[in-house]
Design a protein around this ligand. Structure first.
Ligand SMILES: *Cc1c(COP(=O)(O)O)cnc(C)c1O
Length: 469
């Protein structure tokens, strides 16, 4: 499989190089040159497969030519073997034809484990073969950091530096990062906010002199491998509920448009999906686009669902590419003008097409808490605030009561106790067994000023198994 850039200028790459690449050299994002398409018979024949075997069938075309079948099978079996639930991504029924897909049974209790457990193992495999070491730098507002650290902690060829805003992530989130000890794991608390952390990652990708030739790899959702891994659970859920003989709807709590973009790809690969709902919090740039063709940058509104607190959605460019008939020059012009003005709108017929593909809703903190309370009252089931936004959007935007509606359960409620408390239901979520002693574990973390030079000096001092590069 070959991958091309959404801006049309960068060279096409194979899977292995896309795995190791950040942004394309023209500033775009990599997407498959041709999407595989499965027949109804093929999809039907996958019913009942264990998760890792389904994953092999769905993702095989994307890694073809880079990872041998036998290696890929073994990697997938290991990856999804670490999940706490035997079903890996179990479905829980909330109401008539209404289901939560629990994507929080992995090591860090959020859906990001699906992609980052795989990414870490794929990197290890490829880097061992190339006899190469890399440095990962990532910024996190909470969930990405712990999932990336858990995914990469066993990779001998990777030193991973994760920056989080000092004192601005929840204690569970911080401890999930800082209690993973290892020479190649480096937690940095930046005296600044999430955007400051993100800016320093971007600046480091743009100017890599401080790395003395060591390659820098991205773990945020601009990395194609993350999107690829997320396609699988759409197939998994739909097959449980009668696909491909029956169509299924999905409601997806969304920030950077990564998770829902994977659902869009699943549909384009032949999965019968009758509805995809973009569910946002008050940071609703995607809802403003879907409902009014206004993709305009706004200020950040901190919310009870912090993993969706974004100003712009980095993966939206991948959709724009398709909406413009895969014309890289058109996307490039749009993104340049967005960079200059902070505003973006598309031609009417393209916007109409986007509305045909997606429904959307924005849900504020009040609506989030009300939904947590409502569902708890109906079923005793406790939702995390991100999943609650998905449930609310599913109930408001649903087109057919006769077809199954699947809400992506993106996190375990124990990660976000504040929202659960505000919902006023008197139930406190408990840590699962494998994290029961989280608050007793030793932590390791370095606090650094909000200063690029200081961060880059720290990376070059510790980037080679904790020693200088
Ligand atoms: C990252 C995250 C999201 C948003 O996912 P995107 O791919 O950025 O849309 C939603 N919920 C939780 C719990 C997350 O960690």
């Amino acid at each position: 499989m070959r991958y091309i850039s959404t801006r049309g200028q960068a060279p096409a790459l194979n899977f292995e190089d896309v795995l190791l690449a950040g942004l394309a050299s023209d500033g775009g994002l990599y997407v498959p040159e041709n999407l595989p398409r499965f027949t109804v018979e093929e999809i039907a024949s996958w019913a009942g497969l264990p998760y890792h075997e389904l994953a092999f069938r769905v993702m095989r075309p994307f890694v073809a030519g880079s990872i041998a079948d036998a290696d890929f099978k073994r990697i997938l079996e290991e990856t999804y073997g670490v999940f706490a639930h035997k079903a890996v991504a179990p479905l829980t029924q909330l109401g008539a034809n209404e289901w939560v897909l629990e994507l929080f049974q992995g090591p860090t209790l959020a859906f990001k484990d699906f992609a980052l457990q795989l990414l870490g193992r794929l990197l290890d495999h490829v880097l061992t073969r190339r006899n190469e070491r890399v440095v990962i730098m990532g910024a996190t507002s909470g969930d990405t950091g712990s999932a990336a650290i858990e995914g990469c902690k066993a990779c001998d060829n990777v030193d991973i530096f994760i920056m989080h805003p000092h004192n601005r992530v929840s204690e569970v989130q911080r401890r999930q990062m800082t209690t993973i000890l290892g020479d190649n794991i480096h937690n940095i608390a930046i005296e600044g906010n999430f955007d400051d952390c993100q800016e320093m990652v971007k600046a480091s990708f743009a100017d890599q002199g401080f790395l003395k030739g060591t390659r820098l790899v991205a773990v945020n959702s601009i990395n194609w491998a993350r999107i690829m891994a997320q396609i699988v659970y759409y197939f998994h859920a739909a097959l449980q509920l009668g696909a491909p003989h029956r169509s299924v709807a999905f409601s997806v709590p969304t920030g950077n448009f990564g998770d829902i973009f994977a659902g869009y790809l699943a549909r384009n690969m032949g999965l019968p999906v009758n509805q995809l709902i973009v569910a946002t919090n008050r940071n609703d740039i995607l809802h403003r686009f879907m409902s009014g063709n206004r993709y305009d940058k706004d200020t950040l509104h901190p919310s009870l669902s912090p993993s969706m607190d974004i100003m712009v959605s980095s993966n939206f460019e991948r959709l724009l590419f398709d909406l413009h008939g895969r014309n890289g020059a058109a996307v490039s012009a749009l993104m340049d003008s967005f960079k200059a003005t902070g505003k973006l709108a598309v031609e009417d017929e393209r916007w109409t097409e986007a509305r045909r593909l997606f429904d959307s809703l924005a849900v504020d903190d009040e609506g989030t808490c009300a939904t947590i309370a409502e569902v708890h009252g109906e079923t005793g089931y406790l939702l995390d605030p991100h999943t609650a936004i998905g449930v609310k959007a599913a109930r408001e935007c649903r087109r057919s009561l006769a077809l199954p509606m699947v809400i992506l359960g993106t996190a375990h409620p124990v990660k976000f106790p504040e929202a659960v408390e505000k919902a006023g239901i008197g139930a406190a979520p408990q840590l699962p067994a494998h994290l029961a002693d989280l608050f007793q574990r030793a932590e390791r973390c370095t606090v650094l000023p909000n200063d690029l030079k200081a961060v880059q000096a720290f990376v070059s001092q510790h980037g080679n198994r904790g020693k200088p590069l």
